[in-house]
Design a protein around this ligand. Structure first.
Ligand code: 8YV
Length: 337
């Protein structure tokens, strides 16, 4: 009878040795197949079986594996307290997002932890979703969809259930970075006049017109799109005064962060007739958002899906792995924040 013990022991030891040569990383969410395959190939990677890992579970896994890198999303907060509890082995935190308001950058820097993000590769997907929200909010997509699912059965009259045109209107973009510019490019296809407000005048803004004063822009815009980063704990840029300054009947679209809008004032504007509609992909307090918005016919809602395409998420994952590989092999980060 062959003795199977030795070959087994030998195989186990061999695979342990091979694994220990690869950088040790923890991935907090399942990714597309291509990303997980590459992670398994190039790293000693922990990948969870579901998408429920919370902050404590992440810390425990980093500790258990003596991990050098973390691949995470905005669903995991890296605040100062969490950063203080990271194992000493940790060298890089690669967020699979362009936004980094879930990370205390000062605390990371003080601890010598490299932080990277995933710019560029989600620009088109997010701009597409912003435009989807502009169209869906302006053209009453939620109500039309609901009518169909309830059985339809009667033609609407010629003056019933009308939306408003997007074409030839004025779009006001707040935040003229990569995503803002991509929204502006799409708006040109709809013959929209594009205005933008930014901390400073942007380069390569095409035919979009810079408006230095936010309220001046809001007074002119039929549609307002938020495309700027949020500072952790920062005040909303669309505060009550800004919402009141908006052109009556305007549409508000947010694919950036919920904290950028005063939601109580937005709710009032949407229910007192001052605003025509809103398209919201992000909410303060998400994923447990203010459910009053879900009861409004003039709000089109999506659950933070700006970058949620196979192409964008695969490229984002690839960027995270590129950054982890670069830093854990002693090189410089490709996308430092
Ligand atoms: C992410 C995002 O999908 O990139 C961002 O900042 O908000 C989204 O693309 C989400 O944050 C998960 O990390």
């Amino acid at each position: 009878m062959p003795n199977v013990q030795f070959p087994n022991l030998y195989d186990n030891r061999k695979s342990d040795e091979t694994m220990s040569q690869k950088p040790r990383i923890v991935i907090t969410r399942r990714m597309t197949h291509a990303v997980m395959e590459r992670a398994r190939r190039e790293f000693d990677a922990f990948i969870p079986d579901d998408d429920r890992m919370d902050g404590e579970a992440v810390l425990a896994k980093l500790e258990e594996l003596n991990a050098e890198g973390l691949f995470f999303t905005s669903g995991t907060k890296l605040d100062a307290k969490t950063i203080a509890r990271l194992p000493n082995s940790m060298r890089i935190a690669a967020t699979c997002s362009v936004g980094y308001d879930h990370i205390d950058l000062a605390a990371a820097k003080a601890r010598g932890l490299v932080v990277t993000n995933t710019p560029d590769v989600l620009t088109n997907a997010t701009a597409d979703l912003a435009f989807m929200l502009i169209l869906c909010a302006s053209r009453r997509a939620f109500e039309y969809e609901r009518t169909m699912r309830q059985g339809w059965g009667r033609y609407y009259g010629m003056s019933e259930m009308l939306g408003i045109d997007v074409s030839n209107k004025t779009l006001g973009i707040i935040g003229m970075g990569r995503i803002g510019k991509a929204v502006a490019r799409r708006a040109r296809g709809f013959d929209m006049k594009v205005l933008y407000h930014n901390r400073k005048q942007a380069t390569e803004a095409g035919e979009a017109t810079y408006v230095a004063n936010l309220h001046d822009m809001l007074k002119q815009a039929d549609v307002v799109s938020l495309n700027l980063p949020a500072a952790p704990g920062g005040a909303p840029i669309l505060d009550r005064a800004a919402l009141v300054a908006m052109k009556p009947g305007a549409v508000v679209v947010n694919t950036a962060r919920g904290s950028l809008i005063d939601e109580a004032a937005l709710y009032e504007g949407l229910t007192n007739g001052r605003l025509y509609a809103a398209g919201l992909d992000v909410m303060a307090g998400e994923p447990n958002f203010d459910k009053r918005f879900a009861a409004l016919n003039n709000v089109f809602l999506t659950p933070h899906m700006g970058s949620a395409t196979v192409e964008a998420r695969t490229a984002m994952g690839g960027k995270c792995l590129d950054n982890l590989a670069a830093v854990l092999s002693g090189g410089a980060p490709i996308d430092p924040v």
